[in-house]
Design a protein around this ligand. Structure first.
Ligand code: UDP
Length: 480
């Protein structure tokens, strides 16, 4: 990583690999590969001599960092000079940006007043210096999420073409979401295009001509999603101290990092209630520690409505809580979940595991998530609101039976009872418990849904589809 700018508000550049597009052919077939390459050729032609900048607020943790890490190397592989910048902010700035994030999700929180605006603009003004030193006239800049929207004017003044991509939203906006739109409205006014993950998250009153709908995608080749056989997954979970090793385990806890180098899992996760006995059924939710992912609701739903009838264990897994700079609420949320765990009666508590996954090496963290998702009997994502929910696509790709809330981008991914199960009211813990129990009891149903889930992701949510949309977006931006 290199930093550009001065003083406290430097902007940091994340080093990127370059990966050729032809690796997708075995996955998507010849015809889709041809369309991908044709779209890449058109984009490369218009982008010659220009840079495609992506700007966000963290290099690791959460869905946006996951997407940029996975996809940007392919844009470079397509011959487009693609670079990734991460803004710098202090705790006050990220408190304000988290407040905007929560309001866009209709979650409670303090209102966004003049003081919030001053904090937001002050930090971004310092980051703008770094941006101005890099962006050239004719470049294309894609700003991600509310944290970076206040930089759009600075990039515009450099003569760049701009898109703003909003990865979050709520299905039925009311006062709070609208207040966040009002806060951000003046910053996004100069963007040439506005990109949303699904149609229901598009703000009222935006010019439809400026809007692109681009659902996120997953990359089947990253350490998060690469194929892992059962014994390697078991070895990874044993090495991380999450699940006891099966007898006679011969496999090594190996994974391929994103540079193509074989590595071993050596770090251990922090696990409450000790490791899970080998062979026990497991229900898993993987998320940042965020109230909107409702970890306490998952815990209570499991304890009250699943644990009395099944011998399954629950894993609530997330990153080591102090590891993600742009999310100041994680430490508090994890402490709240821990307090809820302590309240559970000891006989059941021993089957509830809060797992903090080390983030020192993002690829090793990804390998642990991969192994956990593959080992799960049921994957859940009981979010109260969700922009897209990459964890859902990740689990579906791994042929898991998924129980997830009928919210935001999750609805784009799961068709109820066809390729997963939707929970219509995420606050109804009995409904959630019934859905999880049904899948624990009926393994045939679970594997039928898992197969259909894999196909759904293969057809709509793999990286090539999003890459084609990026190629089209650059063309639209350059050609105006
Ligand atoms: N994730 C991870 N390690 C963790 C917890 C989460 O890599 O310890 C990843 C998860 O696998 C997914 C992303 O973080 O790729 C979360 O994206 P999602 O869209 O589900 O939610 P967001 O965090 O963007 O709200």
């Amino acid at each position: 990583m290199t930093s550009v700018g001065a003083g406290h508000g430097v902007i940091t550049e994340v080093a990127l690999d370059t990966i050729a597009l032809d690796r997708f052919e075995p996955l998507i077939g010849h015809d889709r590969e041809d369309s991908l390459c044709a779209a890449a050729d058109r984009a490369r032609a218009v982008m010659t001599g220009r840079t495609f900048w992506h700007v966000n607020s963290t290099a690791k943790g959460g869905g946006v960092a996951e997407l940029l890490t996975a996809l940007l190397p392919y844009l470079r592989g397509a011959g487009i000079d693609t670079r990734w910048l991460v803004i710098d902010g202090d705790a006050d700035f990220f408190t304000v940006s988290k407040r905007i994030h929560n309001q866009l999700h209709e979650s409670d929180g303090e209102p966004l007043g003049d003081e919030s605006r001053r904090t937001y603009e002050h930090t971004l003004a310092r980051n703008a210096d770094g941006l101005r030193a890099l962006v050239q006239p004719g470049d294309v800049v894609l700003f991600h999420d509310p944290q970076t929207a206040g930089l759009i004017d600075a990039a515009k003044a450099c003569g760049a073409r701009i898109a703003w991509r909003c990865h979050i939203g709520v299905d039925e906006p009311d006062g709070r979401a609208r207040a966040a739109w009002a806060f951000l409205g003046s910053y996004i006014a100069a963007a040439d295009r506005l990109v949303f993950s699904c149609r229901q998250h598009v703000w009222d009153g935006l010019d439809a001509e400026r809007v692109t709908i681009m659902p996120p995608s997953i990359d089947a080749f990253t350490p998060k999603n690469e194929e892992l056989d059962e014994s390697t997954a078991a070895a990874i979970l044993a090495a991380a101290g999450i699940v006891d090793a099966p007898p006679e385990l011969n496999a090594k806890p190996e994974f391929m990092n994103r540079h193509g180098v074989t590595r071993m899992v050596t770090r251990r996760a922090t696990v409450t209630s000790g490791s899970i006995p080998y062979g026990a059924p497991i229900v898993v939710q993987v998320s940042r520690w965020d109230d909107l992912k409702d970890p306490i609701g998952v815990l209570r739903g499991f304890v009250d409505h699943v644990a009395p009838h099944h011998d399954a264990h629950l894993v609530l897994a997330g990153p080591a809580a102090d590891s993600i700079e742009d999310d100041p609420e994680q430490v508090r949320t994890l402490a709240d979940v821990h307090a809820a765990w302590e309240q559970v009666e000891p006989f059941v508590r021993r089957r509830v595991h809060l797992v903090s996954l080390p983030m020192d090496d993002e690829d090793e963290n990804a390998a642990m998530v991969n192994a956990l998702q593959r080992r799960a009997d049921v994957v859940v994502q009981k979010s109260l609101a969700e922009g897209f929910g990459l964890t859902v696509a990740e689990a579906m790709w791994k042929r898991r039976a998924v129980v997830a809330s009928d919210r935001g981008g999750i609805v784009e991914q799961i068709t109820d009872n066809e390729n997963g199960v939707l929970v219509h009211d995420p606050s109804d813990l009995a409904e959630f418990g019934r859905a999880v129990s049904r899948l624990l009891e009926d393994q045939q149903l679970a594997s039928r849904l898992g197969e259909a889930a894999h196909e759904r992701v293969r057809d709509y949510f793999l990286a090539p589809r999003e890459l084609v949309q990026y190629f089209e977006l650059t063309e639209q931006l350059v050609e105006g």
